[in-house]
Design a protein around this ligand. Sequence first.
Ligand code: PLP
Length: 443
Amino acid sequence: MLNQLKDMGKLTQTVQDLADAKEILWINPRGKENGFDETITEADIQEAEERLQRFAPYIKEVFPETAGSGGIIESPLKEIPSMQKALAEMLQVDHPGKLLLKCDSHLPVSGSIKARGGIYEVLKLAEKVALEAGMLQMSDDYGMLAEERFRTLFSGYSVAVGSTGNLGLSIGIMSAQLGFQVTVHMSADARQWKKDLLRSRGAQVVEYPDSYQKAVAEGRRAAQGDPRCHFVDDEGSLDLFLGYATAGRRLEKQLAELGVLVDYQHPLFVYIPCGVGGAPGGVAYGIKKVFGKHAHCFFAEPTHAPCMVLGMDTDLHDQISVEDIGLDGKTAADGLAVGRASRLVGKTLQPLIDGISTIDDYRLYNYLKALADTEGIYVEPSACASFDTPARVLQQEDYLEAQGLKENIKTATHILWATGGSMVPEEEMKHYYSLASNSSPRA
Ligand SMILES: *Cc1c(COP(=O)(O)O)cnc(C)c1O
């Protein structure tokens, strides 16, 4: 394949570095085109938010942990000054501006960013089925969906999904709660506790010894030809994307509550770990819709599974996989163990995303431990993939210069998007922590 890429004129230094599993910071040459996809509008995102509002009384009823937010599944946005100091020392860089952690690791119901898109897609399906059955009006109090007659209705339908773990958790927990028959097709990377948890909630779990892609393909195949089975397509679902994108307006509100300005003088930087791309793509799209050119969004991938940067740099998107350039796709960041990018997100984000970094696995544990030691917040390895991206962007003088950010970078706000972790069993978390290679975050 490398030879083929050479013939096509696509064997860039970036591709060569990716093939060598080097850590890189790729700056997207098309990142500031502000090219929003005309078919994915502000109104579409607003519609998704309104749907989530309609379901809030139901969510509050069946997941009492969401009572505090009135049934809206949202996570805290926190300042992490001690971690900011630790990162500056670990990485030997100045870390000016404000550093915040978006704690999707602690989202209610399923403890990861997948609670945004995954739950949204299942709720949308439930609404459609209930409306079509004539049992629900959009003006009703959706709290009544918790009644047995709705569970009976939904039990005539099924949901299928392929996942490395966290999407399966979100889809499985939400679908089973509503009463759907749900099957989660899990890749080899999926953790045992996730499978156990899903089974305990009544989901069917099918395990594959293969990659995520295979699990998705199996899910798709199983759902085919069954009009009563809804397949959640992590490689291209617009509903997932819209569910994630609602994070933009929510973040705007949280920043305002913290008194954080976003404007020319106070640019906003957001760093999100990326697997197939759905979650970070939707979130970044929503943020760009809200903040326009004042928002700078970066993704972060493992050096062994950099499918998004590979797809974007070559313009081949889902037509190339990391295996094609000789990588094994294996990583300790189980949520990011994806060899081929989403067919929707690669193309949609290409004219918007500012850059993508790649990171070696061993560093994930060091950042995991640093966050635990400095702030007392525990996240999973995948969630740490973007923790050093700000420091690397800050050192990218050419980029800052080209973006006119040289001065304003000192008054910027940086958000690390912690994508998962609160449901990881304590023993497993202790193990992750023990894998850090230094005894203090300063080492
Ligand atoms: C799924 C996941 C991601 C990445 O989301 P994609 O939609 O696969 O790109 C990042 N972190 C965690 C913890 C995840 O579960």
